[in-house]
Ligand binder design. Structure first.
Ligand SMILES: Cc1cc2nc3c(=O)[nH]c(=O)nc-3n(C[C@H](O)[C@H](O)[C@H](O)COP(=O)(O)O)c2cc1C
Length: 296
């Protein structure tokens, strides 16, 4: 008993020391994670291709604590229905996969687009196709703005050329401008006037419930990028051309021009039409399968 009564204060002291050590090591790890966040921010600051307008905490929950953002009961009780796919014989699968590859392998970024009209129905259908994209928690966080009005197209061109001239001279830096030299691009974008349609793809960084509560759009940038990939394939499928463009730092001005709400950020602009008669493309080669695929 005497030993126990002697040990009790010693044990208490040992426990106290352990608690202090644990608390201090937690403090240290918090400080080091804050430091690494800071370092990440510093790294991000030196990435000129990250559009100012896209640095928007894309994947934050809509409301600070996320409490008001829960889905409605009706959505929660969504019915699940049977699903089947069309099954092709293996030979047909091989042929279809080859034909699809050959179709997409002809896709090129074309920067010379004719003013020949394109049926509006085609544009509707290719955007319908893009809208079939998967999205984080099925939030469908995209808006496709189709511009066909010549005056609006010209205003878009003016904004983009003004910003791109600054981009090429100041924002992009020598290395980036040099890397682009082989593509012979600059800030003059005639296709913004000539293409019969401009499709501006906005990502919704959050959505709105019917009662105006904010709704979290999980992985919205990845979701919209997948939709854009499908759109590019759909454009190729109908024999039209485009060039994937990401006009740096034009987002806010274009959003205001097109009267889009603040939760929408410009991700991509695609001019769509037929190639002009004298269109050329850089003679780029694509990596072969063995350089892009690893089988484990
Ligand atoms: C995310 C992304 C951004 C791009 N931004 C531009 C752009 O702003 N202007 C441009 O002329 N091309 C742009 N491109 C097109 C690339 O230069 C082009 O895809 C690349 O040179 C390969 O050529 P290809 O599309 O003909 O295969 C972009 C492509 C991607 C994927």
């Amino acid at each position: 008993m005497a030993i126990f009564s002697f040990l009790t204060p010693v044990l208490a002291a040992v426990i106290c020391v352990l608690i202090v050590i644990i608390l201090q090591s937690r403090k240290k790890s918090k400080a080091s994670s804050a430091q690494s966040n800071k370092n990440n921010n510093i790294k991000q600051e030196s990435r000129p291709w990250v559009d100012e307008d896209l640095q928007d905490n894309t994947d934050i929950v809509a409301d600070e604590d996320g409490k008001d953002d829960w889905q409605d009961e009706e959505e929660e009780n969504l019915q699940h229905v049977p699903f089947t796919v069309v099954r092709y014989p293996e030979m047909e699968m091989v042929n279809r996969s080859k034909e699809f590859f050959e179709l997409l392998n002809q896709r090129r970024s074309v920067r010379f687009i004719s003013n020949e009209p394109v049926p509006r129905e085609v544009i509707n259908n290719i955007i319908r196709a893009a809208g079939t994209s998967p999205s984080g928690a099925h939030t469908e966080p995209w808006t496709f703005v189709v511009v066909e009005d010549p005056e609006t197209k010209h205003k878009i061109r003016e904004i983009i050329e003004e910003e791109e001239e600054i981009n090429y001279h100041k924002r992009m830096g020598e290395k980036w401008v040099n890397d682009l030299r082989k593509l012979r691009t600059n800030w003059v974008k005639e296709y913004l006037d000539t293409a019969p349609f401009l499709i501006l793809i906005f990502k919704q960084v959050y959505g709105l419930h019917s009662d105006n509560r904010k709704k979290t759009h999980y992985y919205n940038e990845i979701s919209v990028s997948i939709a854009c990939g499908i759109l590019l394939a759909a454009i190729q499928n109908v024999g039209l051309v485009t060039v994937t463009t990401t006009p740096l730092n034009c987002g806010p001005r274009l959003r205001v021009l097109l009267e889009r709400p603040v939760n929408e950020k410009l991700l991509m602009l695609l001019p769509v039409g037929y190639p002009s008669k004298d269109a050329t493309v850089p003679d780029l080669k694509r990596k072969p399968l063995e350089d892009i695929m690893v089988v484990v």
